[in-house]
Design a protein around this ligand. Structure first.
Ligand code: ATP
Ligand code: MG
Length: 147
């Protein structure tokens, strides 16, 4: 199904602002990519989990950058936060069910979100990559084929 990606993402951000994080976090969306034949349901799972994590593992008042771009036949989603970061030894195990990093402290979670993201990315024949530094922040990049 051909999705209007820009509208889809803006609507999702509006919803997350209301439900997940009220005024705690500011989402800033940039980039430009209008259409893609992507599965609405899978994409919702991917972006909702990544954006919710970015908000949840960040301090009050911080900004989460969300970039949507297209390159050849790929749609690229980049979510960057300035939160607690992920220790290197946990980065390999992020997509395992119930795995949570050792630095989560009192932040609640079950450790399921990213395993669902990974399955959705695989079903879409896409890729997911993470770069993170403890105390500095985290960046996830998801690439999905457009057709
Ligand atoms: P939930 O099932 O509610 O999503 P969760 O957030 O703990 O629980 P995942 O979304 O699967 O589970 O994430 C797994 C772990 O990866 C988290 O517990 C956390 O340690 C780490 N993590 C994921 N995203 C981030 C992020 N943006 N910043 C810091 N740590 C993160
Ligand atoms: Mg999560």
């Amino acid at each position: 199904l051909d999705l209007n990606l820009e509208k889809f993402c803006l609507d999702l951000l509006d919803e997350l602002k209301l439900t997940e994080c009220q005024e705690r976090i500011q989402f800033v969306m940039t980039g430009d990519c209008h259409h893609g034949k992507l599965d609405r349901n899978l994409l919702t799972h991917i972006l909702r989990n990544l954006l919710t994590n970015a908000a949840k593992y960040s301090p009050d008042g911080s900004t989460v950058d969300f970039e949507l771009t297209c390159q050849d036949e790929w749609v690229i989603f980049r979510v960057q936060d300035r939160g607690i970061g992920i220790p290197l030894e946990d980065q390999k195990r992020l997509y395992e069910t119930f795995h949570r990093a050792k630095n989560v402290g009192k932040i609640a979670g079950t450790g399921l979100g990213l395993s669902i993201v990974k399955q959705a990315v695989d079903l879409h024949k896409g890729t997911i990559d993470v770069k993170s530094q403890v105390g500095k922040g985290t960046e996830f990049v998801v690439k999905l084929p457009r057709v």
